[in-house]
Every structure is written in structure tokens, then in C-alpha cells.
Design a protein around this ligand. Structure first.
Ligand SMILES: NC(=O)c1ccc[n+]([C@@H]2O[C@H](COP(=O)([O-])OP(=O)(O)OC[C@H]3O[C@@H](n4cnc5c(N)ncnc54)[C@H](OP(=O)(O)O)[C@@H]3O)[C@@H](O)[C@H]2O)c1
Length: 259
């Protein structure tokens, strides 16, 4: 029993690694920061006594993705795939070099799709499997801050829901996990200091533990799109009900501040 988790060197991915190890899975974990990934691997070996294989690399690199897909295809017991790796962009699309949004598409979408495509045949044969795609509430509505991030997450959520419609018959559970603001390394990497993050918007900040709790509850209840936190769920319901012209009026020019 192996759980394959991308972006497990910190935050939500590291928490998924702990949970699946606790449930008795051996792990394959990925990330770019060697020190961070080693720390998570060591913690899991010591605490849960599971086997942890680390795969270091950048998911925007086609060679790294090819290595990972080959590993998945050749493994007979990958029962869980968590496509969690992700990041934000420092600049708005209209000010940025085109290579940055392109890389985001590679990490959020191309990597997730390639890994799922590699994992699904084995899961289908075994008639069991779980795929969790870590999306975001940012995929529910447009923002002035960053058109690419939210659009990739909207794609990922819809893609996951569409897969659910066929994979449920094959014994494969899929979930789009859509967290709101969560305390991880995510915003620091974008140059947003913690003290500023606290005062951002009406939405509360959650923890990686709570996000993974919600995901695990969602797996038990068979919820396909999981939005952790009551406030986030209420806000996303409102966002889908509110007329778009009114939403645009409220959100125009509202960018997140960066250093
Ligand atoms: N934090 C939030 O508020 C929030 C809200 C909604 C959704 N999310 C989503 O949650 C997921 C996990 O993020 P997090 O909040 O836990 O942030 P995090 O602590 O920064 O973790 C992100 C993980 O993704 C990996 N990663 C990022 N870019 C990568 C790349 N190019 N190649 C390989 N690995 C890469 C990072 O590893 P290395 O840095 O070691 O490469 C790290 O392990 C992301 O998909 C994010 O979009 C986060």
C-alpha cells in the first residue's frame, strides 16, 4: 500500500504524508527543497515506521514528470495519489514574463494530469484507488490579483468532478480539495509577511491539519468537492449565487498586496 504525494516538503502535502503514514501506507513524496523533504521523511520514518521514498525535482521540468509517471506505471501498489504541489505567482499575468504562468500550468495541471493518467490503469485493474487533487477556493470566482492561479484551480476542480463521473464505477474515489487561506509556506514564498496575512479579507485562516481533516472526512462521506471551513463554504455558495455584474463591481482592482 503506497501513497504518492506531490509537494510533501511542507504545508498541506506534509500533513497528508503524516496522515497516510498513520493509516499504514508507505510513501513516495516529492518536492524541490531537499532539506525540507528529508525532514518530513525522517519524521515519518521515526514516528510511524513506514518506508518513505523521496523524489526530488521540479514538476515544471518534463524530465522529472517523466521519471515520476514511469515510477507510477511500474509500481503495482500505488493506491493513493495526492496531486498537491503548487505555488502562486509573484507578478500579475500582464506584468510577468510568460514563462512563469506557463510553469504554473505545468505544475498545477500538466503534472497532475500526467500522474493521474499513469495511476488510473493500475487502480482500475485493482478496482481500488484514491486520487486527491488539491485545488483551491480561488477556482470558484475571478480575482484581480492573479488570473492564472484561479483558472488552473477551476480547471483542476472541474476535471476532478468529470473524472468522478466515470471512475466511481471502477472503485476509484476522486476528490477536489478546495482550501481557503491556510497557514503554510505558500504566502511567505510570495513575499507576503505573516503579520499582513492575518488581516486579509473576511475569510479565516485555516491550518494544514484542519484542511487534511476535511479531506479525510470527505473521503469517508464520498464528497467530491471538499471546501474546508464553514465560512469558506458559505462564501463560495454566495459567490456562485451573486450576479456576476455585482461581483465584478465589488472585486474590481482588489489585488492582494505583495512586498
Ligand atoms: N496555503 C493556502 O492558502 C492554499 C489555499 C488553497 C490552496 N492551496 C494549495 O495547496 C497546495 C499546497 O500548498 P501549501 O499551502 O501547502 O504550500 P507550501 O507549504 O508552499 O507547499 C507547497 C508544496 O508544493 C511543492 N511545489 C511547489 N512548486 C513546485 C514545483 N515547481 N515542483 C515541485 N514541487 C513544487 C513545494 O515543494 P518545494 O517548495 O520543496 O518544491 C511544497 O512541498 C497547493 O497546490 C496550493 O495551491 C493553498
Amino acid at each position: 500500500m503506497i501513497a504518492f504525494i506531490t509537494g510533501a516538503s511542507s504545508g498541506i502535502g506534509a500533513e497528508f504524508a503524516r496522515r497516510f503514514a498513520e493509516q499504514g501506507y508507505d510513501l513516495i513524496i516529492t518536492g524541490r527543497r531537499k532539506e525540507y523533504l528529508e525532514r518530513v521523511a525522517e519524521e515519518i520514518r521515526t514516528t510511524y515506521g513506514r518506508t518513505v521514498t523521496m523524489k526530488l525535482g521540479d514538476l515544471s521540468d518534463p524530465k522529472h514528470r517523466a521519471e515520476l509517471t514511469e515510477l507510477i506505471r511500474s509500481s503495482a501498489d500505488i493506491d493513493v495519489l495526492v496531486n498537491n504541489a503548487g505555488h502562486g505567482l509573484k507578478k500579475h499575468f500582464i506584468e510577468d514574463d510568460i514563462s512563469n504562468p506557463e510553469m504554473l500550468i505545468d505544475v498545477h495541471l500538466r503534472a497532475a494530469m500526467q500522474l493521474m493518467h499513469a495511476a488510473i490503469p493500475g487502480m482500475t485493474l485493482r478496482k481500488r484507488g484514491t486520487i486527491i487533487n488539491v485545488s483551491s477556493i480561488a477556482g470558484f470566482a475571478p480575482t484581480a490579483s492573479d488570473p492564472t492561479y484561479g483558472a488552473t484551480k477551476a480547471f483542476l476542480t472541474l476535471f476532478t468532478e468529470s473524472l468522478h463521473l466515470v471512475l466511481h464505477e471502477k472503485g476509484i474515489t476522486v476528490q477536489a480539495l478546495c482550501p481557503g487561506f491556510t497557514w503554510t509556506n505558500f504566502h511567505e514564498k510570495l513575499g507576503m509577511p505573516k503579520e499582513e496575512q492575518l488581516h486579509r479579507g473576511i475569510l479565516r485562516w485555516g491550518t494544514a491539519e484542519k484542511v487534511v481533516d476535511a479531506s479525510m472526512n470527505g473521503l469517508r462521506s464520498g464528497t467530491v468537492v471538499v471546501i474546508p471551513g464553514l465560512l469558506n463554504r458559505a462564501a463560495m455558495t454566495l459567490v456562485t449565487l451573486i450576479p456576476r455584474w455585482l461581483y465584478y463591481r465589488l472585486m474590481k482592482g482588489k489585488k492582494l498586496k505583495r512586498r
